[in-house]
Write a protein that binds this ligand. Structure first.
Ligand code: AMP
Length: 400
């Protein structure tokens, strides 16, 4: 079976053609600068066949057309015709309270995604454009929407409720939603398998640290999400590459008053100029920060220390929330590759029974257990695979 996995942004579109059973990716790539000039990249057979080529893409429709043309190209394509694509799976950012799981795209599903636009104003319109472009270019092909928020919908009310007047929850659906849900769900499945508990998740307690450019932690009890660090939007939680994470709302009023910022300018600062970039003034990339800190840059070191501290604190909080922890997992760019970062985060968590093994921790980008033999908490590195989750959901719903 072949599933085309689409992750549409406002001016970009990532794609992968994948076998949902084996996870094998036959082709993948990226359309960039949609609505501007259009650049197309296509990789197949482990090689970059087309690298940022100029292809006119006034809308997402032309981007999808370019993807399909490459996939069926007689010279470098990986399928003979579009008939070999069985279904299309879309990553959708915000499913609000409407979606607790993935859904087959129909008019009602699209309307529900549209209704969530105020909650995901940057992403949901682009996700919808991707869906509608596929409908036009591949009518009658089953399409599935997979939501970043869906895995978190099992959170109990005490975790998702904000301590503001309750009417804002009742009338306006203001609550913690959480993101990276497809990644957290994939990791939950892999971690349970590594614990030998995939068929018996009751009683298990897993903390997943998805640490990348955007970062979130998830407390997973009995295989289900019971808490996560991101909130109504993806700005909350631990500090990130450029996002501030949790801050006191008083800061907004104070800085807006002092500098005359309007709310848009203030949010740009909190989304794009904060996090480890904001503290260090150096970079949002953890490799740059490590290099700068190594050369004695104190603010780069402070940015790293702040990040480690907040992630460590969140692990402690989730261990408390679940009454203990059986496994701590590191995933995404920093989690999968940041050997020193993982060691620093785990420093001081030995009281939980979680001990990292420096030699086993010397690993990058592959699934590995990195705890000592006498650690009562397993510590794992698990590369995430959101696309595989999307492909699997798509295959399951398309063949129902
Ligand atoms: P992601 O958003 O999951 O793609 O993660 C991207 C981030 O991973 C980058 O901003 C880097 O800071 C981080 N990263 C990638 N490779 C490494 C590495 N070898 N060591 C530390 N951080 C890394």
């Amino acid at each position: 079976m072949n599933v085309l996995v689409i992750n549409a942004g406002s001016s970009s579109l990532k794609y992968q053609l994948m076998d949902p059973d084996t996870g094998a990716v036959s082709a993948k790539g990226l359309c960039e600068r949609i609505g501007l000039d259009g650049k197309f990249t296509y990789k197949a057979g482990g090689k970059t066949v087309i690298d940022a080529q100029d292809v006119a893409m006034p809308t997402h429709r032309e981007a999808i057309e370019a993807v399909l043309a490459a996939l069926v190209n007689p010279e470098y394509g990986v399928i003979k015709s579009m008939d070999e694509i069985d279904a299309v799976g879309h990553r959708v950012l915000h499913g609000g309270m409407a979606f607790t799981e993935s859904c087959l795209v129909d008019e009602a599903c699209k309307e529900a995604i549209r209704k969530c636009i105020p909650l995901g104003p940057l992403h949901n319109p682009a996700n919808l454009m991707g869906i509608e472009a596929c409908e036009k270019v591949m009518p009658n092909k089953p399409q599935v929407a997979v939501f970043d928020t869906a895995f978190h919908m099992t959170m109990p009310a005490q975790a998702y409720t904000y301590a503001i007047p309750y009417e804002y929850y009742e009338k306006d659906e203001v609550r913690r939603y959480g993101f990276h849900g497809t990644s957290h769900r994939y990791i939950a499945g892999r971690a349970l398998a590594l614990l030998g508990r995939e068929n018996n998740p009751e009683g298990t307690r897993i903390i997943n640290c998805h640490l990348g450019n955007g970062s979130s932690l998830c407390a997973i009890k009995d295989g289900k999400c019971v808490d996560t660090t991101m909130g109504l939007g993806p700005l909350a939680g631990v500090p990130m590459g450029t996002r501030c994470g949790d801050i006191d709302a008083t800061i907004l009023e104070y800085l807006m008053g002092r500098y005359g910022y309007d709310i848009k300018e203030m949010l740009t600062i909190l989304n794009k100029k904060s996090g480890v970039l904001g503290i260090s003034g150096v970079s949002s990339d953890f490799r740059d920060l490590e290099a700068a800190a190594g050369e004695g840059n104190a603010r780069a070191q402070l940015a790293l220390d702040k990040f480690f501290y907040e992630v460590r604190k969140s692990i402690g909080a989730y261990a408390a929330a679940m009454g203990g922890v059986d496994a701590i997992v590191f995933t995404a760019g920093v989690g999968e590759n940041g050997i020193g970062n993982r060691a620093k985060i785990m420093e001081g968590l030995e009281f939980l029974g979680a001990k990292i093994d420096p030699e086993k921790n010397n690993t990058r980008g592959v699934e590995a257990e990195i705890s000592t033999d006498d650690s009562t908490v397993k510590i794992f590195v698990i590369p995430t695979n959101e696309e595989l989750m999307i492909a699997k959901d798509t295959a399951a719903l398309a063949t129902k």
